[in-house]
Design a protein around this ligand. Structure first.
Ligand SMILES: C[S@@+](CC[C@H](N)C(=O)[O-])C[C@H]1O[C@@H](n2cnc3c(N)ncnc32)[C@H](O)[C@@H]1O
Length: 240
């Protein structure tokens, strides 16, 4: 099945779960979809995306590949505000092709990236060749980092699709050094049947785990997306 966040948001009015739970986009059945209802009654869905297949085209979207200098500069500026001022150990979970990892490395940070998709990992390794960065295949919910601890756990557009977001957040919290922080970039995409994790839901999950929670609303910043967006997009920086 080939579908990703940007496509879900773009075609949010067109896709539907059939009574048998298969995901259809513009009349094309894409695959089985598992739907979860959060405690606040918000429906979230986890379509079984083929990330290996997506890897080749993933960077074509402005906010994925960051090829447009204006989009790149906008993300670099936000990231600078979210990451520590001094060089830090950053764990980028569900790192994809390594676009945010690359920005973090350019800002002087040491990066460990983890992704389930070997094809994504390959691209990330190529993108950050020669940088202080290592990429590991593995599950973002339980990254294969052993006893290592990090100053930052950075996760963009991944938490919403995990089967147990609360469990993942608790584990990520345990991977942080004292004074570490979670940097989570999430949203809710689509209008008719939205997918994602709403800000208030994420804050509810984070409150028992972290302190100093800061939310930045990102929808209005056109530079980040390379276009106008109407849905909910945000970042949370949660210190421990
Ligand atoms: C929407 S992309 C985001 C990529 C990257 N974080 C970014 O913002 O450019 C989602 C990524 O998460 C990865 N992914 C999805 N579920 C995962 C899991 N359970 N463990 C590790 N990676 C996962 C996918 O392979 C894909 O690369």
């Amino acid at each position: 099945m080939r579908v990703c966040l940007w496509r879900l948001s773009r075609i949010g009015r067109q896709w539907r779960a059939s009574p048998r739970g298969r995901l259809s986009v513009a009349g094309v059945t894409l695959g089985r979809m598992s739907e979860r209802i959060t405690t606040d009654g918000h429906a979230t869905a986890s379509p079984p995306v083929d990330w290996d297949a997506q890897a080749a085209v993933f960077d074509d979207e402005p906010d994925h590949g960051l090829r447009d200098p204006l989009v790149r500069a906008a993300w670099a500026e936000r990231l600078r505000g979210w990451l520590p001022a001094r060089p830090a150990d950053v764990l980028d979970l569900g790192c994809g092709t390594g676009s945010l990892s690359q920005l973090a490395a350019e800002q002087g940070h040491r990066v460990t990236g983890v992704d389930l998709s070997e094809a994504m990992i390959e691209r990330a390794r190529a993108k950050l060749a020669g940088r202080d960065a290592v990429f590991l295949p593995g599950d973002a919910a339980r990254p294969p980092v052993g006893e290592r601890r990090f100053d930052v756990v950075l996760v963009r557009h991944v938490l919403w699709a995990l089967s147990d977001p609360a469990g993942a957040l608790g584990h990520w919290r345990s991977l942080l050094r004292p004074s570490g922080r979670l940097v989570l970039v999430e949203g809710v995409w689509g209008t008719v049947t939205p997918v994602g994790i709403p800000t208030d839901r994420l804050l509810t999950l984070l409150t028992p785990l972290t302190e100093h929670i800061r939310v930045e609303h990102l929808s209005e910043d056109v530079r980040l997306w390379g276009k106008e967006v109407a849905d909910e997009r945000y970042a949370v920086v949660a210190g421990v």
